[in-house]
Design a binder for this molecule. Sequence first.
Ligand code: PRP
Length: 179
Amino acid sequence: MKNDVEKILFTKEEISEKVKYLANQIKCAYEGKNPLILCILKGSLIFTADLVRELDFPCTIDFMQVSSYGSGSETTGKLKIKKDMDSDVNGRDVIIVEDILDSGVTLSNLLPEIKRRGAKSVAVCVFLNKPERRIAEINADYIGYDIENEFVIGYGLDYDEKYRNLPYVGVLKRSVYEK
Ligand code: PRP
């Protein structure tokens, strides 16, 4: 796997510090509110696991797997729920946790769905943000890093379902996805 990495963007140690920083911000805003941490599979699995272990107050954790289909500039109303959460979000403070915010289409479709189900509040926490790629009007409340438009892998992020288990975030060599 290592041979396919062009460069490392964020090391394991840097990631660990950033997760602590984000957890601290969330702690200040949510302590005592028993928020529902909503992990969006699969990419967010590792970030969520690290983040919740830095939250030293009661919270609950649930999972959804979604995709947004369609293409072009259409950004709304095309949420496909592959796996739904078990929780009732009615009256809950929900924090959606994502590995990456890219075009914004996924979140711009998911957020209204969570609100429609009666959540008291919905916030978004993303580890990586690619502002350059945005086509939907969506912003995260908590952001680990803003990054350039590069093909990133590791720390949950995949190419063709590979590399999610790399402990760092790296840029994939072009030769891997252009062959
Ligand atoms: C990734 C990521 C977000 C979404 C962001 O998921 O985890 O859910 O894409 O992209 P967007 O802002 O352009 O909508 P992906 O569909 O690749 O699934 P995965 O998490 O299972 O890899």
